[in-house]
Design a protein around this ligand. Structure first.
Ligand code: KG4
Ligand code: ZN
Length: 357
């Protein structure tokens, strides 16, 4: 029997230090052997957002321990690893550099291939870790750093149908939370406040609602929240504003997702069958319910990766590593960290970044 590849994934693009070992079963179905995530939420809480210098220091302190734990939990030995995949971008350069250098050094020491991974490609392939998913499919990625609709056509073949033109959706949740006096990261807290409020109390703007295809915009919404917050009189007003914000986001995503469905079908010349929603905001129950209902209406299967795979993790980086390993798409050891790295068809492999095709 052929030995199945064992891949180590490393993620350090923002405020999660993560490592994971994955392999696959005899039928080629991916298997997560370990998935260790260490969040820096407590490090950044008092600053109301991620502080790059502190984030990088924290990655440096923990990366070896996290990788060691991922190997131990997987039950494998370090020499069993067939390739090392690290996130190379997009993200904070000082943070990316930690996981990237660690991965390259390990690959050099073990004399195993190194694979540089685009973090967005990790999110795009993450659902393959716990569902049977054939290409092409539509992905809505809604996290603290990104908000985009991607047509996932195959490994390295992505078409960006729409993206935020300003803030990411998670960022809008976090900024709203900050205005309403809630601790970072505020997204989950806004959901709790919203559950006690009247979503129709405040009318908030829906930027580029009637234009821009399935592009998104949330900056104007945040400004309106700031303005409205000046007139809040009691807790119930806070709940009502949180609920109105969340309802406005639902309305925006409902409309833009319908457009994304149409664009996907036009681009792929086939009916959309599976719609994947990933990123931290995918945990929001109201947004989930609305998207599930939309899928029912359109006869599309909704897929939400498990909570651990929705947020930043290294299993998704290892997943890209596994697919690239099988195609021998290895990277050079001089691969650079790439803070801004889009995932378009033409940009998914960046020229001059040390990527071997
Ligand atoms: O994907 P993620 O864990 O990390 C990255 O940003 O890559 O996403 C984190 C974002 C934060 O902005 C957080 O506030 C938001 O996801 N979030 C939520 C919820 N849970 C997390 N936003 C709304 N409702 C939630 N339940
Ligand atoms: Zn992410």
């Amino acid at each position: 029997m052929n030995k199945k590849p064992i891949i180590l994934g490393i993620e350090s693009s923002c405020d999660e230090t993560a490592a994971s070992i994955i392999s696959e079963n005899k039928d080629g179905v991916p298997l997560i052997l370990s998935n260790i995530i260490s969040s820096q939420e407590n490090v950044h809480k008092e600053f109301g957002g991620v502080v790059p210098e502190l984030a990088a220091r924290s990655h440096i302190e923990k990366i070896d321990l996290i990788v060691d734990k991922a190997i131990k939990v997987s039950g494998k030995k370090i020499n069993d690893i067939d390739a090392i995949a690290s996130t190379a971008g997009p993200g904070l350069i000082v943070c990316l550099s930690v996981g990237l250098s660690f991965g390259k050094t390990l690959a050099l020491a073990l004399n195993k291939p190194f694979i540089a991974v685009n973090h967005l490609e990790g999110h795009a392939l993450s659902p393959k870790l716990n569902s049977n998913l054939d290409y092409p499919y539509l992905l809505l990625l809604i996290s603290g750093g990104h908000s985009q609709y991607l047509s996932v056509k195959g490994l390295g073949k992505y078409e960006r149908l729409g993206t935020t033109i300003d803030d990411a959706l998670g960022e809008a949740f976090d900024k709203t939370a900050k205005i309403l006096g809630v601790e970072f990261p505020g997204g989950p807290q806004i959901e709790v406040l919203a559950s006690k409020g009247n979503p129709d109390k405040y009318e908030l703007p829906k930027p580029i609602f009637h234009k821009g295809g399935c592009n998104l915009s949330f900056a104007g919404l945040k400004t309106a929240i700031l303005r409205t917050s000046k007139n809040l009189k009691n807790n119930q007003d806070v709940y009502d504003l949180a609920a109105s914000f969340q309802k406005t986001v639902e309305d925006i995503l409902y409309k833009k997702t319908r457009i994304a469905f149409e664009q996907f079908e036009k681009s792929n010349k086939k009916k959309l069958s599976k719609f994947v929603v990933a990123g931290g905001v995918a945990a929001n129950k109201k947004i989930r319910e609305m998207l599930i209902n939309l899928c029912k209406e359109k006869n599309v299967v909704p897929i939400f990766p498990s909570k651990e795979l929705c947020g930043d993790n290294a299993a998704m980086i290892a997943m890209v590593g596994l697919e690239k390993f099988k195609l021998k798409r290895f990277s050079n050891l001089d691969h650079k960290a790439i803070p801004r790295w889009q995932l378009d068809e033409n940009a998914s492999y960046m020229k001059g970044a040390g990527v071997k095709l």
